[in-house]
Every structure is written in structure tokens, then in C-alpha cells.
Ligand binder design. Structure first.
Ligand code: 3YE
Length: 201
């Protein structure tokens, strides 16, 4: 079974959704531990309630020390995949190189449109009619790695920023586990930047 570490910074709703799919057996993976850069992240409490091992990464002592602490925990649990779920730190190029093609992120826009930390608001205020969610491999740049999957969300005239956020999060909770299921099963083949599902064209 695939062993994954989940990294969060906030409420951990994507982590909760993934954990639910592991529990139901729909996602054949084990949560090795849940780590946060923020000691007061609400998601850490949720993780503890679900009996996951939790870890606070000491970013107050600098990125290198925090990433070394993460590395130690990753090797302790022989983690296969590092799953970013609302984690709000840039991973160093050294960390990414050490875990090449083993880190995945979910971003709330159709990349390469609206990268950055305010993607939903940026798309809403720009006035696009279609935005969405992207699941991608993490490389040394931010919101840039090869795209594994995308799902669209239409922005309707009657949408508020809040209603759009709710729709995006709902789509995130559905697309992330489905994409990880294919990823963990080894179904993705890489063709340059293009990530192709085995058996599809
Ligand atoms: N790291 C790499 N590539 C990626 N992290 C994330 C995606 C992704 C990644 O594709 N290499 C905002 C976080 C950005 C930011 O600038 N954070 C600063 C410090 C902020 C603070 O002090 O709290 C930083 O240096 O990390 C996940 C999404 C990252 C979003």
C-alpha cells in the first residue's frame, strides 16, 4: 500500500477528504503522518482525532532545519509520496531534488492561470467565466510542475467569492483522491511536461 505524508497549514479539509477515502478503501493508501508548518493549524486537531501521527515543522528555526526535520520523519516512515494539502510553504530546490517526482500539490485555479496564494479571489476579480482546480507534481518552481489533472468550475453571474470558494473546495475534495489513485497505481507516464494516463491517448 502506498504510504503518504500529508502537509497542511490550515483547516486541513483536503487532508480530511483524503483520509476519508483511505478509510473507505476507495484510495489504497496509508497516512504515515500529517505535518504542519503552523502549530495552531486546525487540521492538526482533526488529524489527531483521526489517530494520525502529527508533526509541527520548526519553520521558526529556518527552512533548512524545518525540511531536515521533515526528511527525518519521511525516512522513518518510508514514505512514498508527499501530498501538499493547503500547505503554504515553498519547498527548497534541494528538498524537491531529494524527493524528485514524489511531491504533489493541489492548486485552486486552472494553472498556468492564477498562480499564487489568492488564486480563487484573483480569478473571481479578473472576471473569468471558468476557473477550476489543478493537481500537479511539485518542481523547484512554484505552481509550475507537470500537470496531473484539472477540473473546471464555472463562475456564474450569481456567484459570490464565498460561493465560488465553496464550489472550488468541493471539486478539490473529489479530484485529489481520484488523481492520487491513478498516481499511486503507477498509471501516469511522463512525456516531457505532459503526464499521460496509461492506456489513454
Ligand atoms: N514548493 C515548490 N513548488 C511548488 N509549495 C507549494 C507548491 C509548490 C511548493 O509547486 N518548490 C507562500 C506560499 C506559496 C509563500 O511565499 N511562503 C513563504 C513563507 C510564508 C510564511 O512565512 O508563512 C515561503 O518561503 O514558503 C505549496 C503552496 C505554496 C504557496
Amino acid at each position: 500500500m502506498t504510504n503518504m505524508a500529508i502537509l497542511i497549514s490550515g483547516r486541513g479539509t483536503n487532508m480530511e477528504a483524503l483520509a476519508g477515502k483511505c478509510k473507505s478503501g476507495e484510495l489504497n493508501a496509508n497516512v504515515a503522518f500529517v505535518a504542519s508548518d503552523k502549530a495552531d493549524a486546525l487540521g492538526l486537531n482533526k488529524a489527531k482525532v483521526m489517530n494520525f501521527k502529527t508533526l509541527v515543522l520548526p519553520y521558526d528555526r529556518g527552512r533548512a532545519i524545518a525540511e531536515a526535520a521533515l526528511d527525518e520523519e519521511l525516512s522513518k516512515h518510508s514514505v512514498d509520496w508527499i501530498v501538499l494539502a493547503g500547505f503554504m510553504r515553498i519547498l527548497s530546490s534541494q528538498f524537491v531534488a531529494r524527493h524528485s517526482e514524489r511531491v504533489v500539490n493541489i492548486h485552486p485555479s486552472l494553472l498556468p492561470a492564477f498562480p499564487g496564494t489568492q488564486a480563487i479571489k484573483d480569478a473571481y476579480e479578473y472576471g473569468v467565466k471558468v476557473t477550476g482546480v489543478t493537481v500537479h507534481l511539485v518542481d523547484e518552481m512554484v505552481d509550475h510542475g507537470p500537470i496531473l489533472n484539472q477540473a473546471e468550475v464555472r463562475i456564474l453571474d450569481e456567484d459570490s467569492l464565498e460561493s465560488l470558494e465553496a464550489k472550488i473546495h468541493e471539486v478539490e475534495h473529489d479530484i485529489y483522491w481520484r488523481t492520487l489513485k491513478d498516481l499511486f497505481a503507477g498509471r501516469y507516464l511522463r512525456r516531457g511536461r505532459r503526464m499521460i494516463i496509461e492506456g489513454s491517448r
